[in-house]
Design a protein around this ligand. Structure first.
Ligand SMILES: NC(=O)c1ccc[n+]([C@@H]2O[C@H](COP(=O)([O-])OP(=O)(O)OC[C@H]3O[C@@H](n4cnc5c(N)ncnc54)[C@H](O)[C@@H]3O)[C@@H](O)[C@H]2O)c1
Length: 452
């Protein structure tokens, strides 16, 4: 074992290693907090000065991270944050958790990773362990990160250490959080994987070492492609059930009683979040470079991207029973976050549904206890829109209410009692009602106004 490896291993085991996390978002802040809780000194680096200031003030801005934890760690001096990459010179380990979005052309946007790694390279020093966590295509660590760092003259695996470990955080999940979700780790060399496993093993219960960074990168894309494809399958089944007047929700619930060989996925208004709508296209882009055409990914993407249009058709169908057009109707979107009980609306299908309704002349408003405002740049309506306050006693003012995120805080019983029409895309309303139209289910038994 080289002396650099032995020294770093000892520092990790004794918790004397100074750890750093680049990118303090949904992934990075929980990781920095776990490292600090494990006994390390953790420094977060983010270009967003507001996030750094909030941590400095001992507060959290990520719902899954308690402000009391940030405050206690801040007060004890084990957690701090900065916008200055100069601190890398003092660190022993650094984890990179920056965004990996898609460009408009559906190509990977590597600019955040490249920029973060270039900033680290400026302060790279012998003995530093660099772990990439951002979800990305297989080959990124070796083809993008390693050359930037080695341009300094230091060699990966000999002078500094390089690993990839995908993040699997599930925002809003009270059972599984950073510390108890098994962590897959791939290193450039056996020493790299040993050091990265030692670091993560100090803060996370189960470590799963794999043979290379490429395998670790592919593991994450398999997991998210698996979800995207299965959601695509069940969304197609929902469209089929709609045509065949069968309730897809009842079908899935009965199918999931099979104790083996089946896993329940549910249909919905479309994919959302920073992962499932995006990550499979990282894989598809890379596979195409090897001359391989990944058909499942493209097909699932096609079906899932069509769901907001289907939801708007459903709204038109519901309004039609009252002889109302979309044009001029007051439509309330219930929930703009991409899933239940969270505040994240990145890629949310609610934004697509709102845009499509607005383009057809609907008066669109939304209610969401977790998202106070949708900014003009975030949806195709191109104007800022604030959440309305609506609840028991005031649901009757809309022509149609569309449940997009089934937040627990919504008063569904009052909604059903008071609303004229509801389009429920999440099966949030279990009891059949004459005014509730469900995605992937037969329409309610209603007398169409004006029918002769
Ligand atoms: N959010 C999730 O549920 C989730 C789950 C698993 C994996 N991931 C992956 O983790 C990565 C990060 O996702 P996230 O949701 O935490 O993103 P995020 O947008 O919440 O946070 C990213 C942070 O990085 C900062 N940043 C961007 N460029 C930077 C730079 N050059 N230097 C320093 N800071 C920089 C941003 O200011 C932001 O605070 C992505 O690759 C994502 O696919 C996310």
């Amino acid at each position: 074992m080289s002396s650099l490896v032995a020294v770093l291993l000892e520092k990790i085991e004794s918790r004397r290693a100074r750890t750093g996390v680049v990118g303090l978002g949904y992934v990075g802040l929980p990781l920095a907090v776990e490292l600090a809780k494990a006994g390390f000194h953790a420094t977060g680096i983010d270009l967003d000065a507001r996030k750094v200031k909030t941590i400095d003030e001992g507060r959290s801005y990520i719902p899954d991270v308690a402000t009391s934890d940030v405050k206690a760690l801040r007060d004890s001096g084990t957690l701090d944050a900065t916008t200055d990459f100069g601190v890398v010179a003092e660190l022993d380990t650094i984890n990179i958790c920056v965004p990996t979005p898609l460009r408009k052309t559906r190509d990977p946007d590597m600019s955040y990773i490249v920029s973060a790694v270039e900033s680290i390279a400026t302060h790279l020093h012998p003995g530093l362990l660099v772990c990439l966590e951002s979800t990305t295509y297989p080959g990124t660590t070796e083809e993008v990160v390693q050359p930037i760092l080695e341009a300094t003259g230091l060699k990966a695996g000999r002078d500094f250490f390089l690993a990839f470990s995908p993040e699997r955080v599930d925002p809003g999940n009270p059972t599984f959080q950073t510390h108890n979700v098994p962590k897959v780790v791939g290193g450039l060399t056996p020493a790299c994987v040993e050091l990265a496993s030692a670091l993560y093993g100090s803060a996370i219960e189960t470590i799963v070492p794999v043979s290379s960074t490429r395998v670790a990168e592919m593991v994450k894309l398999l997991e998210n492609t698996f979800r995207a494809v299965n959601i695509g399958l069940v969304n197609e089944l929902a469209l089929m059930c709609d045509r065949m007047t069968i309730d897809v929700w009842e079908v899935v619930d009965a199918a999931k009683t099979k104790p083996f060989g089946f896993m329940a996925f549910y249909p919905g208004p479309g994919l959302g979040g920073h992962c499932i709508p995006i990550d499979p296209f990282y894989l598809s882009w890379k596979a195409k470079q090897s001359g391989f055409d990944p058909r499942f990914i493209e097909l699932a993407g096609h079906i899932n991207a069509g769901m907001p249009h289907y939801v708007v058709d459903k709204i038109a169908e519901a309004l039609n029973t009252k002889r109302k057009p979309i044009n001029g109707s007051k439509v309330l979107i219930a929930g703009v976050a991409y899933k239940r009980d969270i505040d994240d609306m990145r890629e949310s299908p609610a934004l697509d549904v709102m845009g499509l309704l607005h383009a057809r002349g609907a008066q669109v408003s939304y209610v969401d206890p977790h998202v106070p405002e949708v900014h003009s740049r975030e949806w195709s309506g191109r104007f800022d829109i604030k959440a309305v306050t609506v609840g028991r006693g005031s649901f009757g003012q809309y022509d149609c209410i569309v449940v997009i995120s089934d937040h627990k805080l919504f008063e569904y019983d009052a909604m059903v009692a008071e609303a004229d029409l509801i389009v429920d895309t999440r099966n949030a309303i279990k009891k059949p009602a004459r005014n509730v139209f469900k995605l992937g289910a037969p329409r309610p038994e209603v007398e169409t106004v004006g029918k002769v």
